[in-house]
Ligand binder design. Structure first.
Ligand code: COS
Length: 404
């Protein structure tokens, strides 16, 4: 419904790919998402965590709101939000369990952006409209048992044989793989080349012969979002599914996808930290010790104030980096900085929230310990904090040398 409204508002003018919505329409959309989070998602958090499952009716509501089409351009049936708009939406969605965002977040993010950024027109026409409606869930398969942070040394091979590539290897910890209809897969098409230049990216459909999936992993947090291995055993992928039709550029496609993904995650971290602060503030104002609300104590105030300032900083960084991305600038450094700062900030925020809740923060019924566990992943996936540091420092050194 919202989607239709936005369509009519936006297609009334000249259709420009991922053009910003007018401020009122966007604010209306944001308000609707906020209400959805408050009224539909937050009340379901406990059940989703204990069932380890997001109910289908909620997925359907998300599809009706257009959430599966957020980043897909209008010409392929989506809403086509800008990066800044996406960041602001993620800050709202980040206020509830990450499992809800994961339902569509991977699909509209790292799962589909490879097709959007580097795919052929035919590939875009074939897959993006189905992704935009939620009929096709897309995942991103880069990580392997022996290639996590060192992604350029992945070992899965894809060897051209007539009009198919024959895939062999295993991908690990692939978010949403248990339900994915397609996967963006990075594989080595040239085994003679050890590093990044031997890697190509592909679209692999779920029903491809030779493709199988491991059992969903048991995790520390983020219940309701599922990860598993993806196993290729002489899996025959049509040559047409090579993204962009060009071999050897798949690693770069993955890096471009991750630049955008890291901004998306930084925004989610801002939302997550904000929610933990709202909970901690409310508790601190109500909980009485030594005859007064604990919010009156300066040591509690310090934790609240530090988190407030931390969130503000992460929010400003993320929005600034998103605006630069929208302006067509290379944001490798800014995206890594925002992801690093926001995920570390979120870790501090949830830790402070548990501390303010005291003993209750450790008890499952209050939900704060769940937020603490859920947040831990932000500092790891889509590049650990240490990988973000490497990216930032390398870019600094390269720029310094270029300016000599
Ligand atoms: N956009 C476009 N191209 C990029 C790029 C970016 N953001 N980052 C790197 N490249 C290009 C480089 O320019 C280089 O191209 P040339 O060979 O033509 O110069 C190529 O990609 C290889 O880059 P680099 O030499 O920097 O690769 P490295 O193997 O040294 O490692 C890191 C790069 C460590 C940054 C990369 O492997 C990485 O990000 N690892 C973490 C992976 C990750 O996030 N995993 C999580 C999985 S998803 S949940």
């Amino acid at each position: 419904m919202i989607k239709n409204h936005i369509y009519s508002e936006r297609t009334a003018g000249i259709a420009v790919k991922n053009m910003a919505m007018d401020a009122d329409t966007f604010q209306q959309f944001l308000d609707t998402i906020r209400r959805f989070v408050e009224e539909r998602l937050i009340p379901m958090e406990h059940k989703v965590a204990s069932d380890d499952l997001v109910p289908n009716e909620l997925k359907h509501e998300m599809a009706m709101m257009g959430l599966f089409g957020l980043t897909i351009p209008e010409e392929y049936g989506g809403i086509g939000v800008t990066m800044e708009e996406e960041a602001r939406i993620c800050m709202e969605l980040g206020r509830t369990s990450p499992a809800f965002r994961s339902v569509f977040g991977t699909s509209i993010g790292i799962g589909s952006q490879g097709i959007l950024i580097d795919g052929t027109e035919q590939q875009k026409q074939k897959y993006l409209p189905k992704i935009a409606t939620g009929d096709c869930v897309a995942s991103f398969a880069l990580t392997e048992p022996e290639a996590g942070s060192d992604a350029a040394h992945l070992r899965t091979t894809a060897i051209l044989c007539d009009d198919h590539y024959i895939f062999n290897g295993t991908k690990r910890y692939i978010t949403n793989a248990p339900t994915a209809d397609i996967l963006t897969v990075m594989a080595r098409t040239n085994p003679e080349i050890d590093g990044a230049a031997g890697v190509s990216s592909f679209i692999v459909e779920r029903n491809t012969p030779g493709l199988s999936f491991g059992k969903p992993e048991r995790k520390m947090g983020q219940q309701g979002a599922h990860v598993c291995d993806v196993i290729f055993n002489n899996c025959r992928v049509p040559a047409n599914n090579l993204i962009g039709g060009v071999e050897g550029v798949g690693f770069k496609t993955a890096m471009k996808v991750l630049d955008r993904g890291r901004l998306h995650l930084a925004a989610v971290c801002v939302g997550h930290a904000n929610r933990s602060l709202e909970e901690a503030l409310a508790y601190a104002c109500e909980r009485k010790q030594f005859g007064q609300a604990i919010a009156e104590f300066q040591l509690i105030q310090a934790m609240l104030a530090n988190t407030k300032a931390d969130i503000y900083a992460a929010r400003c960084m993320t929005i600034d980096a998103a605006k630069r991305h929208d302006a067509g600038k290379n944001v490798s450094t800014e995206a890594a900085s925002a992801k690093m700062f926001a995920s570390e900030m979120c870790g501090r925020a949830v830790d402070n929230a548990v501390q303010i809740f005291g003993g209750s923060g450790y008890i499952a019924d209050h939900g704060i310990e769940r937020m603490y566990r859920d947040a831990r992943l932000y500092r790891i996936y889509e590049g650990t904090t240490q990988i973000q540091q490497i990216i930032i420092a390398r870019n600094m050194i390269r720029e310094w040398r270029e300016n000599l």
